[in-house]
Design a protein around this ligand. Structure first.
Ligand code: AMP
Ligand code: GLY
Length: 429
């Protein structure tokens, strides 16, 4: 079948690589893609939110299945656009409806949904502009630290953890009254701080059944030892060493199943990935956030460990036959180390030549592109996160060492990567 993949980061290069491995994949198109995806299929220079143009491309290239990588087109209603069009509605489509994508698109919606369906999450209250004074009183009564969240999509920047009341009240005012996050902050969720260790669990659901994909843990801070500014993700590992059968069972019973039952009860159409961002506190799982897509860079370790034919898995998701599928996972550990532009997540330059990336995909090391482009024969940086090197190993820290060895052969001016991905699970890094 012909497949269109929407997105252009490391997650999409990984998905494109996995789709392309399948004998069921005839022609692969990536929109807009990057220099990595261009080696696996045809990149289409179309905006990910230009649904009309995407629809035209789907008809022109006789696409049979559309897979959506990032959240933005989903939250903006790409699924609904396809379902309302006579020529497009029969396609296999991986991604939720706009109403279901509110699980990620609105933190207030997600929190209320969790409360309606008994999914464990931190206690909270939400406030809009005209409830500013009430919100300030509420904040002053809560223990510290306290978490403020802009309700809408804010490119991963909308969460602020405040350690004192002065900071909390000033951030609250900046968000609600001074549009710090634009329209995304017109409503603010004020939430209790959870302690513990974070991890991510991913499923594919066809609206009835689900399959659990390999779990992962990502490293969001720019500095080693999880210090410094938040980024899109500096690396990830899979498996998560403390994720055992007992924890898995709790997550399925208390979180995944009630979430799927809730979606069904509320008639929210969902065929696609759900990413559960969890906090594990004394062995008990709590939901920090839902995402209506796969994670990046988590995908760069999750899909390499997945042994199934990815097209078959996605086809079963769209067809509603996931109950017939058994997920098979590679026992080896995987780690991905992200190479970023100098200065990221602050200001950085793009268009810098990259050297040593020609090796690309090898048996034990996979070089995924995030922000890259080709100019003639030269590979150039084209974003903050540039490359993600995934390697396998006998443990996550062994895999990280392999990934770093491989990444050391690649260079571009200002290149930086963390050398401690998976550090909690070893004392030798
Ligand atoms: P999010 O944008 O929802 O992924 O949140 C960003 C990060 O903020 C999460 O990955 C957590 O590290 C942290 N965070 C969010 N909510 C909480 C919470 N209630 N307690 C502790 N940390 C949190
Ligand atoms: N790595 C976190 C995310 O994709 O949201």
């Amino acid at each position: 079948m012909n497949i269109l993949l929407i997105g252009g980061g490391g997650r999409e290069h990984t998905m494109a690589w996995k789709l392309n491995e399948s004998p069921l994949c005839d022609k692969l198109f990536i929109l807009p893609g990057n220099a990595g995806t261009a080696t696996l299929g045809v990149n289409l220079p179309i905006s990910i939110t230009n649904f009309e143009a995407i629809g035209e491309a789907v008809l022109k290239y006789e696409i049979n299945m559309v897979v959506v990588g990032p959240e933005e087109p989903l939250v903006k209603g790409i699924y609904d656009f396809f379902k309302q069009d006579e020529g497009l509605k029969k396609l296999l489509f991986i991604g939720p409806s706009a109403n279901a994508a509110l699980l990620e698109g609105s933190k207030a919606f997600a929190k209320a949904f969790m409360n309606r369906h008994g999914v464990p999450t931190a206690s909270y209250k939400q406030f809009s502009k005209n409830e500013f004074d009430e919100g300030c009183d509420y904040i002053k009564q809560q223990p510290l630290p306290i978490v403020l969240k802009a309700d809408g999509l804010a490119a991963g920047k909308g969460v602020i953890i405040c350690n004192n009341y002065i900071e909390a009240l000033s951030e609250f005012e900046l968000m609600l009254l001074h549009s710090k996050f634009g329209r995304a902050g017109e409503r603010v969720v004020v939430e209790a701080f959870l302690t513990g260790i974070e991890m991510s669990v991913f499923i594919l659901t066809d609206g009835n059944s689900f399959v659990l994909l390999p779990e992962a843990k990502d490293y969001k801070r720019v500095g080693e030892g999880e210090t410094g500014l938040n980024t899109g993700g500096m690396g990830a590992i899979s498996p998560v060493p403390f994720f055992n059968e007992a924890l898995k069972e709790k997550i399925v019973q208390r979180i995944i199943q009630p979430t799927l039952d809730g979606l069904r009860k509320e008639k929210l159409d969902y065929k696609g990935f759900i990413f559960f961002g969890l906090m594990i506190s004394d062995g008990e799982p709590w939901v920090i956030e839902y995402n209506c897509r796969m994670g990046d860079p988590e995908t760069e370790v999750v899909l390499p460990r997945l042994k199934n034919d990815f097209v078959e898995l996605l086809k079963a998701t769209a067809d509603g036959t996931l109950h017939k599928i058994d997920v098979k996972t590679d026992f080896r550990a995987a780690s991905t180390v992200v190479a970023v532009s100098g200065g990221y997540p602050g200001k950085y330059k793009s268009g810098i030549p990259i050297y040593g990336a020609e090796g690309g995909m090898q048996e034990n090391a996979l070089l995924f592109h995030s922000g890259t482009k080709m100019e003639g024969e030269q590979l150039l940086t084209n974003g903050g996160r540039v490359l993600a090197m995934t390697a396998f190993g006998s443990s996550v820290t062994d895999a990280t060492k392999h990934a770093m060895d491989k990444l050391a052969k690649v260079s571009f001016e200002g290149m930086y990567f963390r050398r401690d991905i998976g550090f909690e699970f070893s004392d030798s890094l």
